[in-house]
Write a protein that binds this ligand. Sequence first.
Ligand code: SF4
Length: 754
Amino acid sequence: MSEEWIVCRADIRNKMHEAGIFRQDEKIVLTTKGCVLLEHFTGKAYSYRMVDLHTLKAKRLFSRPTPLNEAGYRRAIEKMAAQSESGMPFVQDVSSRASGLLAHIFYDILPEYGLVLRENQLSLSLAMLDAMEKEKVALCEAEVGTGKTHAYLMAAVIYRLFHGEGQPVLISTSTIALQKALTEEYIPQISEILLEHRIIEEPLTFAVRKGKNHYACDSRVKTYLSSISHNNRPEDRKLIEILTALFVGAVSLDLDGLPLTDYVKERICVENCRNTCGFSSVCRYRTFLRRSNQGKADFQIANHNLVLADILSRKGGRNRLLPEHGILIFDEAHKLPEAARQMYGISFENVELERVAASIIRAVAGRPEKRGALSLCEEMLELNTALFENLKKFAGVRYDNNSMEVIFTPSVLLSLKALSAVVKSLSVLFYTADRRNTAYRRISGRLEQKQENLAVLCDYEDFICWLEYTGVTACRLCALPKNLDFLLHEDLWNRGKPYLLTSATLSVGGDFSRYMHQTGIDLLNQKQILTVSKASPFDYWNHALLYLPEDMPFPNTRKTAYRKAVADRLEGLIRQSHGHTLALFTSYRMMEMIYQELSERIKDFPLFSMGKGRLEAIREFRKSGNGVLLASDSAGEGIDLAGDILSSLVVVKLPFPVPDPVLEYEKSLHEDFHEYLAEVIVPGMLMKLRQWIGRGIRRETDTCVFSILDCRGSGRYKNDILAALPDMPVTEKIEDVGIFIRGSKPESYFGDKE
Ligand code: SF4
């Protein structure tokens, strides 16, 4: 319907032109089956006339000092219906009025603010609106440059305007950067535009929701402040200044915006909020929660983990974490499966019970139940040690990511059940010993939660279980429900609400089956699902080149010859592109080895390596102007390196999913390895590759060479890769890289700095 509407619009202009009634300064603001409403701004007022499309007669309707709002549209439609001469049925339902207004915004209003019309963006927004109206689960893939954020925000505003939706729109993101962009740029901007055009009466409002550890606890700030108040080092004085400002309310409670270390944030964030807290009547965090939970804001903004935590909390009969909402929009939806794994999974660390034991020892000092409690506590710790020893002793397959398959032998099960029983006894002891004792109640609650996890692990057949090392000796037993897809289907998609999932990569060449299967969306009736895939508006054919060498050895990081071949080719590419390179690796070890090798050879361009979480390397790379950044997967998404700084993006090895217990389980569900490869492994790799390639061209004027130094890229998977990536010229000759760069970059590019 939406695409048709746009074609009609162009037809209408042509028709009116031919009939000599077209005016350049007029905008089409509304169409019906029989008539069109036109708006003209005289400099003082907005004048409206209608054209009957069958008789092609124009009639003046009315003028008003402001543009039409929702009530104005209604009145205009009534007038048009009364004056229509054609006798054609005058059909203008809510949906067509809503989509008419949405199209008018994209066609006529946004360009006034420099937001040029992109047909892909408008049709995406119309499809999103359509999905909201029909309460569908919409998978909206929009490649870089499409403008998906404006598309869904506008669609959501118009939906609420026409459908009287009182509940807030919940937007879930994966990164704080996107939350910041939404609250500091997108929402204020569209609010101003829509207000100026009287499409909305009040500014759009929003509330950002994060986990409690992102906010300051007044009580803990005070305690920490007292503990450092006598320190005299300059850095402490600065810290005292910030914490004092925080305590007196001169700065926001949100710790993410404050220049504090993770250690300090951990010491002052909201932890276990108690009713007995002396601040409870004036607590700013509680006031913030109360206000946010009233749900008066137009948009609630949270992250995937918090949204899922809210769903699980309500399902378990506990407090809600977020207010009731209407439309739920998952932006950066490619991260949702990972968040679901975290939130629906269970983990039990080998040190957890040691921490509870420390609290028990403190709490029972001098109490009559001391003896019984300490004896059970000792037994609990012995069984805990025995459980983890058994888990390690009988572990099965070892995976790359520090994890091992758990084999539930009779002795593992025995220690698990015995531990669960002792933890339960201790929990009961603290629950019944003294209900007025706060420390006892907290210990009992903690033990109860551990026991619940242990009891779940005893039913291991319904779970994918593995043992994961988190440190030299620290490890945890993890479990993920085998029916995660079913749970997501029940808890999310099947609740009769509109859901919108958007990202640059949700499909492989328009096929969403892998993503739908991971998230349980494929369990819905097909009629409830809408899939849209919008290609990037950027001109890859003229602005990009894909280099697929045919002479690279098979990737094997243990082989010196392979490492040397990668270093040689990378050096060649860096020289061809005159620096300006981001090389993405799938392994830190390989990245570090190549970094060492290249630092001996490359002296004319600054070389950076980005280890885990070293975001300053990205900042330095950006500042360098012509540097070379070696990075891991974490730089492959979520960072924006627009302009010439990134002109050559090198994929060292194809990013196939790393084998882990969850993939191993998925493998067991497939008939044979080839099917598993085709349905899980290759789509996973192609989706990740598309994300990586998406870093290269961020603006219409950007030009970039993409290189894949994995022989499988020019061999076995070449056709899959070419089908998944935007169309662009392909070469196997490295000299073409230099020719492309010289032909597409300005003179200044080849200086030391841009
Ligand atoms: S009521 Fe809770 S959040 Fe507020 S100050 Fe007390 S402990 Fe901290």
